[in-house]
Design a protein around this ligand. Structure first.
Ligand SMILES: [Zn+2]
Length: 77
């Protein structure tokens, strides 16, 4: 994902939680996932070199990268 696309994305989602190198954003305006074109639920940005996710529910994930960060798009199955 390039800088313009990343800036557009982050200007559209709502910050929700941050900690441990992981920031979660809510997709409150139902923008389309860049990977699968379906609206995603949350955007998870992993900024550390190593990150761990603890998922309490089963989710479908789409992924991309931006400037060394991992971006995960969650979809409820
Ligand atoms: Zn997707």
């Amino acid at each position: 994902m390039d800088d313009d696309e990343y800036d557009d994305l982050l200007s559209s989602v709502t910050p929700h939680e941050s900690g441990g190198g992981i920031t979660t954003y809510r997709n409150t305006v139902s923008i389309a996932c860049p990977a699968c074109d379906s609206p995603f639920d949350d955007l998870v940005v992993c900024r550390d070199e190593y990150n761990s996710l603890e998922l309490s529910v089963t989710l479908d994930l789409c992924a991309t990268t931006h400037d060394g960060d991992i971006l995960l798009f969650t979809h409820k199955p």
